[in-house]
Design a protein around this ligand. Structure first.
Ligand SMILES: Cc1cc2nc3c(=O)[nH]c(=O)nc-3n(C[C@H](O)[C@H](O)[C@H](O)COP(=O)(O)OP(=O)(O)OC[C@H]3O[C@@H](n4cnc5c(N)ncnc54)[C@H](O)[C@@H]3O)c2cc1C
Length: 353
């Protein structure tokens, strides 16, 4: 007989983990299906706002690799370091972070279980896994990331905007670790639409590059050139790529019984490229809409709480990248604008209630 749940969640990243946590806490019968075994590596810089994590009634301390007290912005050869007043950004490794969140969720979690297809009917949604198991629920949450099988299965998010990104967990000498300790660096002016980063972790630095519409091979060659300039040797170190589903417009992210969250809904900030914050926010909004008995209200709440922020992000992106040199001079070198940016990342700007 097919097993039935209140909610099935596909994907155990921050969006799925958050939804599982809040639904489980409220007593819902939840099944979470994750295709990998956990903990699993996830290509990600792992920069997260500590303030955002305060909504969970447990500590993330065991998985925080480092805390950030300043950010360096570089434009070509010029650089400015801005201290973050009251700002508490932290750095995590996503394998540990995601597993930690899931450990606290009161849900039945089946790992190594890839969802292959979903089907919606009047009163139920049915999920079929790659190995032929079938599960049913009242509601489905699709938290299966940028290449969401669920979205594809339901014909949602057909025209998505995907940026490309590459990440390397680089082993570096002590002097480089010290140079970047508590002080990540963002590097602009090397790509038409995108940037590079160096993020400090406990025993290495995560370095990467992300950009929209790069030329073939451009991300690789710019990454090598810039890291070479920073004396970070990436030669021979494993590199992984992953798409970044950039928010570009308001679009359907739900059906009668299915809610897309996080990257599956295309909620990466178009200006900063962050996605963890919006994965967690949308996961919580989805859980809230289900618990309120109004899943149909979910898309409107995402538009209000996230879409407005991202439409501002799109505008900032257009201004910044149309004259990056001038924007760098006028904005990132200006402490009040940098503080505003830090507030945005630290989740201290609420664009709508
Ligand atoms: C190079 C790079 C650097 C980044 N750096 C940052 C950063 O520093 N800060 C930040 O905030 N954001 C960053 N992001 C974005 C961030 O990683 C994502 O926005 C975030 O992971 C989205 O979370 P999610 O839960 O929606 O999806 P994911 O984290 O992608 O999780 C999806 C989960 O679903 C599982 N899954 C997929 N398909 C199936 C299936 N068919 N069946 C079952 N399970 C499935 C996957 O295995 C995965 O565990 C970065 C992204 C990239 C590519």
């Amino acid at each position: 007989m097919t097993q039935r749940y209140d909610v099935i969640i596909v994907g155990g990243g921050p969006a799925g983990g958050t939804a599982a946590f809040f639904l489980g806490q409220a007593g819902k019968r939840v099944l979470l299906l994750e295709k990998e075994s956990l903990p699993r590596y996830k290509t990600c810089g792992g920069a997260v706002s500590l303030r955002l994590l305060e909504q969970f009634p447990f500590s993330f301390e065991p998985v925080i690799q480092s805390r950030v007290h300043a950010i360096s912005y570089a434009f070509k050869e010029k650089m400015v370091t801005i201290p973050l007043k009251d700002s508490e950004l932290c750095m995590v490794m996503r394998d540990e972070f995601d597993a930690h969140l899931l450990k606290h969720a009161r849900a039945e979690i089946r790992t190594g279980t890839a969802v292959h297809r979903v089907e919606e009917a009047n009163r139920t949604v049915t999920v079929e896994t790659a190995d032929g198991q079938r599960f049913e629920a009242d509601t489905l949450i699709a938290a299966d990331g940028a290449n969401s099988i669920v979205a594809r299965s339901l014909n949602l998010r057909r025209g998505k905007t995907l940026a490309g990104a590459i990440e390397i967990e680089a082993t570096v000498p002590e002097k480089i670790l010290t140079r970047f300790a508590a002080r990540p660096m963002l590097i602009f002016g090397e790509l038409r639409l995108g940037y590079l980063w160096v993020f400090p972790k406990l025993d290495h630095v995560s370095v990467g590059i992300g950009g929209l519409n790069p030329k073939p091979g451009e991300l690789q060659s710019v990454l090598e050139r810039v890291m070479n300039r920073l004396e970070i040797s990436i030669h021979g170190q494993p590199r992984t790529g992953h798409p970044l589903p950039i928010y570009s417009r308001r679009e359907p992210i739900s059906t009668a019984r299915t809610l897309l969250v996080g990257d599956a809904a295309g909620l990466v900030d178009p200006f900063t490229g962050e996605g963890i914050r919006f994965a967690i926010k949308s996961g919580r909004l989805a859980a809230g809409a289900i618990l309120a008995g109004h899943p149909e209200g979910y898309a409107a709440s995402v538009n209000q709480r996230i879409g407005r922020n991202h439409r501002l992000g799109t505008l900032l992106t257009e201004i910044f990248y149309s004259m990056p040199g001038l924007s760098f001079k006028l904005s990132l070198r200006n402490p009040s604008v940098s503080e505003l940016l830090a507030k945005m990342i630290d989740d201290r700007i609420v664009t709508a209630n």
